[in-house]
Write a protein that binds this ligand. Structure first.
Ligand code: FES
Ligand code: FES
Length: 156
């Protein structure tokens, strides 16, 4: 298949790449741009490990052909902290032990940030719903849940 030129921005940096239009955004981020914080779990849209934000909406980057992000503004886990200053969600994951092996963690952080942007004061059910698309094999979810609660408290 013929390559096309695709332009988009990632974490505030403009990118112009020659790519096969059906290449997965996940692979482009990891292999071409070396942004390996975004993880691959299932590769089928089921686990949320590959979550990134495209034009303000959280998406599973394993399901996005790169042709679809022409002109888009993309944020990955590498763009979440401000320099040395971690985002409140990242800090809360550290303080509450919300990460173990870490494969799900970038996606969980992106999902939690997305939730808090839409609803800065979520209830327990809102948090569970907000993280429902993200799977974790390690933590049993309780520490992740507590991390999001802690992040809410930090924001107020
Ligand atoms: S790797 Fe994309 S949803 Fe699992
Ligand atoms: S910390 Fe290992 S999958 Fe969640």
């Amino acid at each position: 298949m013929k390559k096309i030129r695709v332009q988009f921005s990632v974490n505030g940096q403009a990118q112009t790449l020659e790519l096969h239009p059906l290449e997965r955004l996940l692979d482009v981020l990891r292999e071409q741009l070396h942004l390996t914080g975004t993880k691959e779990g299932c590769g089928e849209g089921e686990c949320g490990a590959c979550s990134v934000v495209v034009n303000g909406r959280i998406v599973n980057s394993c399901l996005v052909p790169v042709a679809q992000v022409e002109g888009a503004t993309i944020k990955t886990i590498e763009g979440v902290a401000s320099g040395e200053q971690l985002h409140a969600v990242q800090q809360a994951f550290i303080e509450c032990g919300g990460a173990q092996c870490g494969i799900c963690t970038p996606g969980m952080v992106m999902a939690a940030m997305d939730l808090l942007e839409r609803n800065p004061n979520p209830g327990d059910a809102d948090i569970r719903n907000g993280l429902a698309g993200n799977l974790c094999r390690c933590t049993g979810y309780m520490k992740i849940f507590e991390s999001v609660v802690r992040a809410c408290q930090k924001q107020v």
